[in-house]
Write a protein that binds this ligand. Structure first.
Ligand SMILES: [Zn+2]
Length: 378
């Protein structure tokens, strides 16, 4: 991963000081406790267990990581950047992946959401990545550690991906450390002229996948597993990508679920996910989006196999809201989406909670100098 010094300071990545500050914030629940100057013990000492462990009974169960948040809408006005960062801070989020949006509506369109405008084509664009990068570059240092993500790629035009990375390298050197969410299959967009990526395309991604590998950049892929009629329809395409690029860190967003796939048997789904995780050590699952919660995690019986999976593979799971920052949203919307998507955290084992909700996995994935606090003995 490459990072400019300036960016490191702005986002306080990779230095002991900020990591300590973060521990203070997480553990004390207030910045003031750290600003007063008390040293933070390293985990493992008697004092650290007494004073710095995370108490699940009294402290919030909402994730301190949002690995999937869209700072830009499909079109129209966005929640201003600084305002959205404030939402994250106030909601207790300390790490966020700053995504644009995979496709945009034409600027001339009056629509802000693609589903409201069937027939209007949406296309991948660098527009939002530029806006996000400029905002991060100009922003003051804050409590939230932001990871800029490239959302422009069009998997059906592999040559344009390498070219786009070059443009971003030139304009914002060293600042992007994630790629995605990029769409492989998104059935909800069929009505907006978006087709599945053809089987012949993934082998042509080799040049840009090599760049991502060299830089240690994770790639978040949106790939619908299927729909209620054919639940595993797109699995071969997903596996083809995983087979071609086993050394890339690939994050499968929503575990392949969508509004078109609300009736998949959880036991069957979990069996499939286990197999993929066992076979591909660099595969991660993104469990973001309230739709996933509403249709799979809300009911105890459907939730149980997922909780068992997340406990067993707790170092491979990333949380997120999938919040989309169109201007009709506000802090209450963000807070609610964080609460809903974090609800499953209450059911996790201590180890899984630490890895997933308290940022252990996120920090390891991005090589950050941060260790999630130990959980206080129950
Ligand atoms: Zn998303």
């Amino acid at each position: 991963m490459r990072r400019t010094q300036a960016n490191a300071q702005r986002t306080w990545a990779g230095s002991t000081g900020p990591a300590r500050l973060l521990a203070c914030v997480l553990l004390a629940g207030a910045v003031g406790a750290c600003a007063s100057g008390g040293p933070v013990s390293s985990p493992g000492t008697a004092r650290s267990v007494a004073s710095t462990c995370f108490d699940r009974e009294t402290q919030p169960h909402t994730s301190v990581v949002d690995a999937h948040v869209h700072f830009r809408p499909f079109n129209g006005p966005a929640v201003p950047f600084a305002e959205l960062v404030r939402y994250l801070e106030e909601a207790g989020v300390r790490f966020a992946t700053v995504m644009g949006i995979g496709q945009v509506l034409p600027a001339s369109s009056s629509c802000t959401y693609y589903l409201d405008c069937p027939g209007t084509p949406v296309v991948p664009s660098l527009r939002n990545d530029f806006v996000n990068a400029a905002n991060v570059a100009a922003g003051p240092p804050g409590k939230v550690r932001l990871a800029l993500s490239m959302t422009f790629p069009d998997f059906s035009r592999p040559g344009s991906v390498a070219a786009g990375i070059e443009v971003l390298d030139r304009e914002f050197p060293g600042m992007f450390e994630w790629m995605g969410e990029v769409n492989l299959v998104k059935q909800a967009m069929y009505q907006n002229d978006v087709a599945d990526v053809a089987d012949s395309m993934p082998p042509l991604w080799a040049p840009f996948m090599a760049t991502l590998r060299q830089r240690g950049i994770p790639l978040s892929i949106h790939a619908d597993l299927g729909d209620n009629d054919e639940p595993l329809k797109h699995l071969p395409l997903v596996e083809r990508v995983l087979d071609l690029y086993p050394e890339n860190k690939i994050v499968w967003v929503h575990m392949g679920l969508s509004l078109q796939l609300t009736e998949l048997d959880p036991a069957r789904h979990v069996e499939l996910l286990k197999r993929l995780l066992d076979q591909r050590p660099n595969l991660f699952l993104d469990i973001s989006w309230r739709i996933v919660h509403d249709h799979y995690f809300a009911e105890a019986e459907k939730r149980a196999p997922y909780v068992a999976l997340f406990n067993a593979y707790s170092d491979r799971i990333l949380p997120g809201t999938d919040f989309l920052a169109s201007r009709n949203k506000n802090f209450e919307t963000y807070k609610e989406e964080l609460a809903v998507t974090s609800s499953i955290n209450q059911h996790l084992s201590d180890e899984a909670f630490r890895n997933i909700a308290l940022g252990g996995n996120y920090a390891r994935l991005l090589n950050l100098d941060y260790e999630a606090p130990e959980i206080c003995p129950g």
